[in-house]
Ligand binder design. Structure first.
Ligand SMILES: [Fe+2]
Ligand SMILES: [Fe+2]
Length: 219
């Protein structure tokens, strides 16, 4: 079993993710469970792979992605820090070394746009992976999208793809939005702060972050 599989199949990981997603569901947030963990971990790993970072960093980005939101089981507020502390228990069990644990904890602890400061490639990749997960499949109650802008914007996203151009180091989030449901303007209304931290993260990776909505470059 690989270390990624160990982390994914660890009993605490499964239980924490379930409890976190249950709490988010009760509070009316979009999906924050296994699906989100999987998408974010794969995107974070891909960013570092495409940009030529060492395999060990790619693996740590995947692991940070899988565990980054487990702290939501405690509370939404400060869940970056609590996720980082909870992740340590899991990594301790699997004999990760201190340096690796520190990289993962720092990445997870800095993933939220309100308080996060990316300074390490693993942290930057996690942020881009996380903020790029906007998609209709995250919406729990499609009947109620007219009442909630986050649900509406996510539900409007029919296709979402993160492209990384090796030679130019351009990192592009490419979205197809159903403009009958939500407009690109609404998207920016709620996601501007997320896009700004993605731009800072791309700087850490010596690249540039772009966003395309319905083939129009917005950033
Ligand atoms: Fe989060
Ligand atoms: Fe997240």
């Amino acid at each position: 079993m690989t270390r990624k599989e160990f982390v994914k199949n660890h009993e605490l990981t499964e239980k924490f993710l379930e409890a976190a997603d249950r709490h988010m569901a009760e509070l009316g947030y979009t999906e924050h469970g296994k699906r989100h963990a999987t998408v974010v971990s794969e995107n974070a790993e891909k960013v570092l792979r495409e940009l030529g970072y060492p395999e060990n960093y790619q693996e740590l980005a995947w692991i940070s992605g899988y565990l980054h939101d487990i702290g939501n089981l405690i509370s939404r507020e400060t869940h970056g820090s609590t996720s980082a502390i909870l992740a340590k228990d899991i990594l301790d069990d699997l004999n990760f070394n201190e340096e690796e644990i520190a990289i993962v904890m720092q990445a997870i602890g800095n993933h939220e746009e309100e308080t996060g400061d990316p300074t390490h490639p693993v942290s930057a990749a996690l942020i881009i992976g996380d903020k790029s997960d906007v998609h209709r499949s995250r919406v729990r109650n499609p009947d109620e999208i007219k009442f909630d802008i986050h649900d509406r914007v996510n539900y409007a996203v029919i296709e979402s793809d993160l492209k990384v151009e090796k030679s130019t180091r351009d990192i592009s989030l490419i979205l197809k939005i159903d403009e009958e449901i939500s407009s690109p303007f609404e998207y920016f209304e709620i996601f501007l702060s997320r896009m700004l931290i993605c731009r800072r993260s791309a700087n850490v990776l010596k690249g540039r972050f772009h966003i395309f909505i319905n083939d129009v470059r917005m950033l």
